[in-house]
Write a protein that binds this ligand. Structure first.
Ligand SMILES: Cc1cc2nc3c(=O)[nH]c(=O)nc-3n(C[C@H](O)[C@H](O)[C@H](O)COP(=O)(O)OP(=O)(O)OC[C@H]3O[C@@H](n4cnc5c(N)ncnc54)[C@H](O)[C@@H]3O)c2cc1C
Length: 500
């Protein structure tokens, strides 16, 4: 094992090179005013696209209109201008561009930031997997799968979404069968599928729709079955609707989930009477969603997750009209069949697998015979279930702590990870999907671009402050939540993180 890096200039290591990691690197390169070394570690072959925009399938479209997909919060038209100067087909702010183009856009932004960066900021892209973080005297040492280690003063976990866990059944042997794919984003998820095979996709969200489109693009002719607890497909976007103004007041924010739901329904009815589409009312909630989420009690949050989540997801995470039209066509032809229910068991046969499920609100079991089953139930948020070496290492060493809703990790408002003893780390930060427990709305570009910019500022700020005597993360600092509780439980957000 070789140690390659000293910490002069200080090193900021970013683990994960999807949108989040790539954009933190871009902002560091753009705004560095002190010498820094940036190490961007990505286990895959390319930096930028990550899981979402790494698809090669042209029919996989962004699920957010191009006008809201700029990578920069202060420059709303940036992506549209890039599309204009790099494409042959015209796009408008309402267009849903292919996701692979967005991956190319992110790669171009990083290239440009590297080329324009001042000499004092240096970026090294490392194709490797981070498997452990070990504290050392003046920072941390990241262990890579290749055997290389590198020292860092600050580390950003930008590891994104994790594949889904297998649905719980009494007998799980089928999950080891070659007829089963556990990771819908794996390049091999659709390997060895005959065009006439019947396929069961578990889940009915955006990832499931991706697979339906990918199968269709390959000329698949067999029946595609979808099953999810509620059998709800994502709703469709409506083009060119005028935005609806934010309508919630401070009083709404501090009310219960039930009252809030009633309030939103009332607003939708009222908006409809004035000719507005319900989608604009849901979209008007977006800038306030994080505040609403934070104001709910833990009990209310759990209630939301138990009862409302599928409805929120299918109204909030919508699909492009052209994708909705394809799904309609497939459903009408009978090639796509959607069920609401829970899988109970699998019985493998020579020519396929019999999948038994209990339809929603019905007592008797139904069975469907298919050739392949692909799990598309959505990213796993319970970090204790993950088989990701780095996450397992960080949990074991107490450097991270799952949030109480098991949606992600406990994270401070400035992105600092909370360690096992409940204090905020001075050296480990994160953004994006791991913050779901504290922010809820934190997985799509409109939120991630803000977080990436704010986190880069925070990291640079923390390096500019005169170094305090070496602390270890086990000493840590009181979390903002804990401090807020002691000082004034209602005001919150007291900045208590000590400088390094
Ligand atoms: C299929 C799909 C489609 C989506 N479409 C949209 C959309 O149209 N619009 C939108 O706004 N949002 C969309 N999203 C939401 C998406 O989560 C965000 O937009 C964004 O791409 C998340 O980026 P990320 O960098 O946080 O995560 P990821 O893209 O998951 O990137 C994480 C990266 O970390 C790497 N990594 C993980 N562990 C390690 C390790 N130990 N060492 C080194 N590298 C590691 C992975 O290889 C990966 O490249 C989509 C998500 C998915 C899954």
């Amino acid at each position: 094992m070789t140690a390659l890096d000293s910490d002069n200039p200080p090193t900021i290591a970013i683990i994960g090179g999807g949108f989040s990691g790539c954009m933190v690197a871009v902002h560091l390169l753009r705004s560095a005013t002190v010498p820094i070394a940036i190490k961007l570690i990505e286990r895959g072959p390319t930096v930028g696209p990550g899981v979402a925009y790494g698809t090669r399938e042209e029919r996989h479209l962004l699920n957010v209109p191009a006008g809201n997909m700029s990578a920069f919060p202060e420059d709303a038209g940036h992506f549209l201008r890039w599309l204009d100067s790099h494409g042959d087909s015209p796009f408008t702010a309402e267009s849903f561009a292919p996701r692979r183009r967005y991956g190319a856009y992110l790669q171009a932004i990083l290239r440009e930031a590297e080329a324009d960066a001042p000499r004092l900021a240096q970026l090294e892209k490392i194709q490797d997997e981070a498997i452990a973080i070990l504290p050392d005297q003046e920072g941390d040492r990241i262990q890579l799968r290749s055997g290389r280690t590198l020292h860092a003063s600050r580390i950003v976990l930008a590891v994104g979404n994790f594949p889904p866990s297998d649905p719980v059944v009494a007998e799980s042997a089928f999950y080891r069968s070659p007829r089963y794919s556990s990771d819908p984003w794996s390049p091999t998820a659709l390997s060895h599928i005959d065009p006439l095979d019947s396929i069961l996709l578990i889940g009915s969200g955006l990832t499931t729709i991706d697979l339906v489109l990918a199968l269709q693009a390959r000329g698949h002719q067999g029946v595609i079955h979808l099953i999810s607890r509620h059998g709800l497909l994502p709703q469709c976007h409506r083009p060119s609707v005028p935005p609806y103004p934010p309508f919630l007041t401070i009083a709404d924010v501090s009310s219960t989930l039930r009252i809030l739901l009633r309030r939103v329904r009332r607003e939708i009815d009222q908006a409809a009477r004035q000719g507005h589409d319900w989608r604009t009312v849901i979209d008007a909630l977006r800038p306030q969603t994080q505040v609403l989420w934070r104001a709910l009690t833990a009990v209310e949050k759990r209630r939301f997750l138990r009862h409302l989540r599928p409805y929120w997801d299918n109204h909030r995470h919508r699909i492009a009209p052209e994708v909705a039209a394809t799904l309609d066509r497939l459903q009408q032809s009978g090639q796509l069949r959607v069920y609401a229910g829970c899988i109970r068991s699998y019985e493998e046969r020579d020519d396929g697998v019999d999948v038994s499920y209990r339809p929603r609100h019905q007592p008797e079991l139904h069975t469907v015979r298919v050739n392949r089953v692909i799990n598309c139930t959505g990213p796993e948020g319970n970090y204790r279930k993950l088989q990701h070496p780095l996450i397992m290492n960080l949990l074991e060493s107490g450097r991270i702590r799952p949030d109480s809703l098991t949606l992600g990790l406990e994270v401070e408002a400035n992105g600092a990870l909370v360690i096992a003893t409940g204090v905020a780390s001075r050296r480990l930060y994160t953004l994006g999907p791991p913050r779901k427990g504290s922010l809820w709305e934190t997985i799509a570009v409109p939120e991630l671009r803000e977080q990436a910019q704010a986190l880069a500022r925070q990291l640079l700020q923390s390096l500019r402050v005169k170094a305090a005597p070496a602390f270890s993360d086990t000493e840590g600092v009181m979390t903002q939540q804990a401090a807020a509780h002691i000082h004034d439980g209602r005001k919150g957000a007291t900045q208590t993180q000590a400088p390094e």
